[in-house]
Write a protein that binds this ligand. Structure first.
Ligand SMILES: NC(=O)c1ccc[n+]([C@@H]2O[C@H](COP(=O)([O-])OP(=O)(O)OC[C@H]3O[C@@H](n4cnc5c(N)ncnc54)[C@H](O)[C@@H]3O)[C@@H](O)[C@H]2O)c1
Ligand SMILES: [Zn+2]
Ligand SMILES: [Zn+2]
Length: 341
């Protein structure tokens, strides 16, 4: 039996029979292999996205799989192709879409929240969302392409250059992936994190690490950069402390990139923007080229991506996995196996 995970209301998950949807014109059906769980899924589980979902809602959006059916008119893909999905469905007609910014469309549908997601054996999506996975890339690593594409987008928008000093605040999956992508672009990376397990993992991955609750991060960065300040600060912690800290770290004309989604409006010291002529950038999701960069980077085998996978669980272990993630303990990325390869 093909299974699916249904969100049925705040903190209620039911594993039941998947109802396969035949692909309409321009759509494909995919046998989902693995699906990663992230903070957004946890948010949804906690009932914070009830205004967007339709119950019972299948969620999940960080996946890998194989095409099992093609709708009419789908070109460039065939049955059996190994793929991942860029889970964005823009309107195509708003000012953002017309300006070429369809990834931040004013009416953007995020597939996995605003439309059924990937935590099911068979998933039907628009073909324009597909990216091909090379045979050399495992389905497990294929499920990391979506968060790696977030990181690729962030590093690209920040224009990280070889030799630059980069500070990443927040060593969760996204922060660590930003660190890995920035390092592969030749930057020196310092990771600031408060969770001891994640700090240790970041250290093992070869990053300079600081716990800002134990060490004066601003003083550390000053010494690390020979009193110049960091070239780029990525704020990926989403914490009030991170928002207060971020303006203390950059050099003159340094960049701050906001990647985190802040649950509450944070206090930010604007003085440093004037004093050091800082630049503030926002970075949201990804564009197609970021998926392609992420796929080639992952396929190159140069990033220690396997180290980020804490656990692989079957679908009926999903709720326990969400509980483990919310505990904030010794965990980085958990993957759910949605079908046998
Ligand atoms: N821009 C986008 O499109 C996009 C995409 C995906 C995720 N996000 C957001 O990016 C953020 C990171 O995602 P994640 O999945 O890695 O989340 P996460 O919650 O796993 O990671 C955040 C990390 O920050 C650490 N932290 C908390 N306070 C800190 C502090 N003061 N200093 C340093 N570190 C601190 C936490 O211990 C945690 O490990 C979240 O806010 C998420 O919503 C944004
Ligand atoms: Zn995600
Ligand atoms: Zn649009």
């Amino acid at each position: 039996m093909v299974q699916a995970a249904f969100y049925e209301g705040k903190e209620q998950i039911r594993i039941g029979e998947c109802i396969p949807v035949q692909p309409a014109a321009g759509e494909v059906q995919i046998k989902v292999s693995h699906c990663g769980i992230c903070g957004t899924d946890l948010h949804l589980f906690h009932g914070k996205m009830d205004h967007r979902v339709h119950l019972p809602q299948v969620f999940g959006h960080e996946m890998s799989g194989t095409i099992t059916a093609l709708g009419e008119g789908v070109k460039g893909f065939a049955l059996g192709d190994r793929v991942t999905v860029r889970p964005l469905d823009p309107c195509g007609t708003c000012a953002a879409c017309l300006a070429g910014h369809s990834h931040i469309c004013y009416h953007l549908k995020f597939i996995g929240i605003d439309a059924p997601g990937a935590l099911q054996g068979l998933w039907t999506v628009p073909a324009h969302t597909l990216h091909r996975l090379p045979d050399s890339l495992s389905f497990k690593l294929g499920a990391l392409i979506e968060p790696l594409a977030v990181a690729s987008h962030d590093v690209r928008l920040a224009e990280v250059a070889r030799g630059e000093h980069i500070v990443v605040q927040g060593g969760g999956p996204i922060g660590v992936l930003i660190g890995l992508v920035a390092r592969s672009a030749g930057a020196k990376v310092l990771l600031s994190e408060v969770n001891p397990f994640r700090l240790q993992l970041a250290g093992e991955l070869g990053f300079e690490t600081v716990n800002p609750r134990q060490t004066d991060l601003a003083g550390y960065v000053n010494a690390w950069t020979n009193s110049a300040g960091a070239d780029v600060v990525f704020e990926v912690s989403g914490s009030a402390a991170g928002a207060e800290m971020m303006t203390k770290l950059p050099r003159t004309r340094g960049r701050i990139v906001i990647v985190a989604i802040f649950g509450e409006v944070p206090r930010v010291n604007l003085f440093q923007f004037f004093w050091r002529e800082l630049r503030l950038l926002g970075a949201r999701v990804y564009e197609p080229q970021d998926f392609e960069s992420a796929i080639s980077l992952a396929s190159s085998g140069t990033l220690p991506l396997e180290r980020l996978i804490s656990k692989v669980t079957p679908l009926d272990g999903l709720e326990a996995a969400l509980r483990q993630l919310e505990s904030g303990g010794e965990v980085m990325k958990i993957l759910v196996q949605c079908s046998q390869d």
